[in-house]
Write a protein that binds this ligand. Structure first.
Ligand SMILES: Nc1ncnc2c1ncn2[C@@H]1O[C@H](COP(=O)(O)OP(=O)(O)OP(=O)(O)O)[C@@H](O)[C@H]1O
Length: 339
């Protein structure tokens, strides 16, 4: 080791929609999982929020892309560039020498060997010397503050951008899990398609996501309904500008199919749960994490349908990252980390 080499420890929640880095127990990077590359040289032009702002507005020499799809790396080179770019954001002070990185990165629980390898390779190419991995639902459970090593069953439903992960955790391990590729991005796609079909207005992905955040609902009747959201966009036929007010009720109908699929996956995961753990889950309730947990009425809908209380994690968008950060501090203690 040279005179100026040092090890930096970071935890990465590498998500389809957002990537979060924790360093010294604090969130230091929280950016959309997006890169902008120069088409001619493949060099990185921008990463995170800056790349997202370029999305849909680029000329022929720049391409913006999301390196992950459905929770897993879809573009290996872009993923590596993104991790590199985001790690650089952590090291704004020490530009003179590159630290050796000790990382904990989270991965979907349904990952194949090849997908795990892809995350490890990307992390190592981006400077990781000592790379550990943790399954996302395990990280979410730790982030929520559950004692994952206790002989007690807990069920986590983590609804991210690309995947919904449902897992039962007990004694420091995942007893059963179900991962489906229906999550927040599918709800956004449902809305985008619906706006064109129903209102004849063309909306981009970002606008559809804003509709979801402002008036998305898993129920057709809400106790505290949000005000209609006004959408601006071109008419699909005439290209003339339109202004369309959108209500939460119509959005609840348009995302109904996808929500039902998530509901069915939770039921199927419960069916596979061993009886002793099932009893613990009925007593403790089920924890919702990930950005999708913020959808209005989802906790109530699932509670009413399944008959077990659903609790939304305190900070659902950051639960996985927080848990990954705690795992980083306990690398030697947590035997469930993957090397
Ligand atoms: N208030 C909200 N209501 C509904 N959905 C939301 C809200 N806020 C964020 N989301 C959605 O949550 C998703 C992102 O969640 P999260 O950051 O947990 O996913 P991720 O970790 O990047 O994805 P994955 O776990 O699938 O790799 C996006 O689809 C986003 O649109």
């Amino acid at each position: 080791m040279g005179l100026f080499s040092f090890t930096q420890e970071i935890a990465i929640d590498l998500g389809t929609a957002n990537t979060i880095i924790i360093h010294n127990g604090k969130i230091v990077v929280d950016e959309p999982s997006m890169v902008a590359l120069d088409k001619r040289t493949d060099k990185l032009k921008a990463v995170g929020e800056t790349a997202r702002q370029m999305h849909g507005k680029t000329h022929e020499n720049i391409r913006t892309l999301r390196p992950l799809r459905d929770g897993v790396i879809a573009d290996f080179y872009a993923a590596e560039q993104m991790i590199r770019g985001m790690v650089k954001m952590v090291n704004t002070k020490n530009r003179w020498f590159t630290p050796s990185l000790r990382m904990v990165v989270c991965i979907p629980s349904g990952s194949t060997e090849v997908e795990i390898r892809a995350v490890r390779d990307s992390a190592e190419h981006a400077g990781g010397r000592d790379v550990y991995m943790i399954y996302e639902p395990m990280a979410a459970a730790i982030g929520i503050g559950l004692d994952v090593e206790a002989p007690e069953g807990n069920m986590i439903v983590d609804i991210g951008g690309g995947t919904t992960e449902i897992a039962v955790i007990s004694l420091g391990g995942i007893v059963s899990n179900k991962s489906i590729r229906i999550a927040g991005d599918d709800l956004t796609a449902d809305i985008q398609e619906y706006m064109g079909r129903q209102h004849n207005v063309k909306v981009g992905e970002r606008t559809a996501e804003m509709i979801k955040i402002n008036v998305g609902s898993a129920l057709t009747e809400l106790a505290n309904p949000p005000e209609d959201y006004i959408v601006h966009g071109p008419n699909r036929m005439t290209a003339l500008p339109m202004e369309v007010p959108v209500s939460y009720q119509e959005i609840s109908h348009c995302i109904e199919k996808s929500i039902s699929k998530i509901e069915a996956a939770v039921l199927s995961a419960l069916e596979q749960t061993p009886p002793e753990l099932y009893a613990d889950i009925v007593r403790n309730g089920i924890y919702l994490a990930g950005g999708g947990a913020l959808l209005r009425g989802l906790d109530k809908r699932l509670t009413d349908k399944i008959g077990i209380p659903f609790h939304i994690a305190e900070d659902p968008l950051h639960a996985v990252a927080k848990g990954t950060g705690i795992a980083l501090k306990n690398i030697d203690k947590f035997s469930f980390l993957i090397r």
